[in-house]
Design a protein around this ligand. Structure first.
Ligand code: GCB
Length: 614
């Protein structure tokens, strides 16, 4: 497999143990997949549940060799009638791709382990000299990919894309035998770690595609973004694969009469030019321009919105003007069907609800969501907080864990760095304060900034709301390194009753924008009682009323909120047999997709805030 120098870098940083060496050793990550020459491999895939890893390890638990006849990536068809095969792919056992496996088969609901997926396909290149890649939108958590008995590569991380180049010697015109092992076992030294408040959906959860690219001068990736400093300057780069010096890269924005060429000196071609008068992208006018990038051999188009996002002391500025974030946190789940969301229709449902609530912002928790979400946010005019699953108590003392976090951060940013909607990269959620953790998180913040200087960085911090003192100051040392001080507070749910909000005040010692990244209380949809009765819709409604009254007393640097959470979601941690049954019911929308009373409390607040800060 060929590797570009860019990803060799990622490989080197992962070369800490021999076992891990090959993981994420993918070739260059190709972006803007929807605009490429692709063939979908979505649909029905045959599968084998492999609880004991028999397809991967032999009976001595040694990793099987590539040509081992009993390896599950090798042929499952007996050569003759005396040939014994103890694995097989048949149509009796099929799963839909994309999609989690838990919701597709009752027996897989609680499964955490390996499943082998198999798909046969024919393929004829549109141009014989082209290269072909196998692209995965994501698969949770570890993926091993084999084509016609050859290993293409492995990847770790359940929510980010990856691709492998398919050598010409491996790809056949017909009857390609593609086998993918997906393993969603949780581990202490992975990201996320063992413990999360969400369901560990396994499987090939997003699209699988073949992507055909020119062999020379292919445009793998590019950044075309407005410089935050203003001045209408577009700054960025185009990353070429197998470039020829002397060649040039051209950027066109026909609507603005822009056509600029840049001479290629190295694979990363720096671009910089000024825009004439243009319409900024904003929630009110999510204007995007068609941008065409071309080389002598490749051409790719994308709609890009131009906007700036900056801070000035306690202010958050969008296109130079203060903005108030009327947000909502969202998990990537469709509650009525109890499954992972992955499609444009799913994104329409989730972001449509956010729009109905009066939001101008969404926090995509706690991991990068499917690309359909951020693309739809671009066209609907919703600002986005995008996050990696560095959640709670991951192993901050392990350098390998930091490298794994960096890879996920890199993949998240690479996929979406041309989305106008994304204003904040978040490097984690509720990580417990310690020097080790602060250094770990600081490194991630710096990594994000270095990779994308056009956006803000943050992390959802934790607060102590059990405090006897009613005035609470966010002084987490990580606050020094974030652009926006964001914190989660559940005053009145995890401490006291909603009345506790009345005397509470919040602030931060940092002269930065202050954002509440979570607040919420549970209510079982359809359960009605008086407002003092926990789990009732009336209790949750009361909680939101008290919270809203408190928000109205927030200091001047309070720039918005993304309450927890849009819709009820599945969580193995929620075991109250009457009111939870495996659900976290903090949704404003219930398990059936119906709005709870609290939805309207927040909606009213957002209507008011929109009038105040149009
Ligand atoms: C939090 C977490 C979120 C949980 C939520 C809860 O602070 O960030 O992932 O689901 O609280 O419901 O407790």
């Amino acid at each position: 497999m060929q590797q570009s120098s860019f990803f060799l870098k990622a490989m080197v940083c992962l070369a800490f143990t021999t076992g891990e060496l090959e993981l994420n050793a993918q070739t260059n990550l190709i972006t803007n997949i929807p605009a490429r020459n692709t063939t979908s491999l979505n649909g029905k895939w045959q599968y084998i549940i492999d609880q004991y890893e028999t397809g991967f390890y032999d009976y001595r638990y040694k990793e099987r060799k590539e040509n081992d006849r009993e390896a599950y990536w090798n042929s499952d068809k007996p050569d003759n009638k005396t040939d014994r095969k103890e694995h097989g792919y048949i149509d009796k056992y099929v799963l839909n791709v994309p999609g989690d496996w838990n919701s597709q088969q009752e027996k897989l609901l609680y499964y955490e382990g390996s499943v082998w997926y198999k798909k046969s396909f024919d393929y004829k290149k549109s141009n014989p000299s082209n290269k072909v890649y196998l692209y995965f939108g994501s698969a949770n958590y570890r993926t091993d990919v084999y084509l016609n008995g050859k290993k293409l590569g492995s990847h770790k991380g359940g929510f980010t894309p990856f691709n492998f180049e398919i050598p010409d010697s491996v790809l056949r015109a017909s009857n390609n035998y593609l086998v993918v092992r997906v393993d969603n076992k949780r581990h202490a030294d992975e990201i996320p770690t063992l413990n999360t408040d969400w369901w560990n959906y396994g499987g090939i959860t997003r699209d699988v595609k073949l992507v055909e690219m020119p062999r020379n001068g292919a445009i793998d990736d590019y950044l075309v973004q407005l410089k935050p400093s203003g001045n209408n300057e577009v700054d960025g780069w185009v990353k070429l694969n197998n470039h020829k010096p002397s060649e040039s890269v051209t950027i066109e924005i026909p609507e603005l009469n822009i056509k600029k060429s840049f001479v290629v000196k190295e694979a990363l071609v720096k671009i910089n030019f000024k825009l004439p008068a243009f319409q900024s992208w904003s929630p009110q006018t999510p204007k995007r321009y068609n941008v065409i990038i071309s080389t002598a051999t490749d051409k790719v188009e994308e709609k890009i919105g131009f906007r700036s996002v900056t801070t000035n002391g306690g202010q958050l500025l969008l296109n130079g003007k203060p903005v108030f974030l009327r947000g909502i946190s969202i998990h990537e789940e469709i509650p009525q069907q109890i499954r992972r969301a992955y499609s444009h229709e799913d994104a329409l449902q989730l972001l449509g609800w956010a729009k109905e609530l009066g939001c101008n912002m969404v926090r995509l928790a706690h991991y990068p969501h499917d690309e359909t979400m951020t693309r739809l946010a671009d066209s609907l005019g919703l600002l986005v907080w995008s996050e990696i699953p560095v959640y709670w108590t991951i192993n901050f003392s392990n350098k390998e864990v930091l490298e794994k976090a960096k890879v996920q951060l890199d993949e998240m940013i690479t996929r979406d760095h041309n989305r106008a909607s994304i204003i904040i990269w978040s490097v984690g959620n509720e990580t417990p304060v310690s020097e080790m953790r602060t250094n770990f998180m600081k490194t991630l913040l710096e990594t994000a900034k270095a990779k994308d200087p056009t956006r803000l960085v943050s992390a959802a911090l934790e607060v102590n709301y059990h405090s006897e003192n009613n005035s609470r100051t966010i002084d987490d040392p990580l606050g020094e390194y974030v652009d926006v001080v964001a914190f989660n507070q559940y005053l009145g749910w995890y401490g006291g009753t909603p009345e506790s909000c009345r005397a509470a005040t919040w602030g931060t010692k940092y002269n930065k924008p202050l954002f509440i990244s979570e607040t919420g209380a549970e209510a079982l949809g359809g359960y009605h009682a008086d407002s003092l009765t926990l789990w009732s819709e009336e209790f949750q409604e009361w909680y939101y009323k008290e919270q809203v009254a408190m928000l109205k007393r927030m200091p001047a640097n309070f720039v918005g909120i993304s309450p927890w959470i849009l819709a009820d979601f599945r969580s193995p941690r929620r075991n109250n047999p009457t009111y939870q049954e495996g659900w976290n019911n903090k949704g404003l929308i219930n398990q059936k997709g119906e709005k709870k009373k609290s939805f309207y409390v927040l909606k009213n607040y957002y209507t008011e805030m929109q009038e105040k800060h149009p």
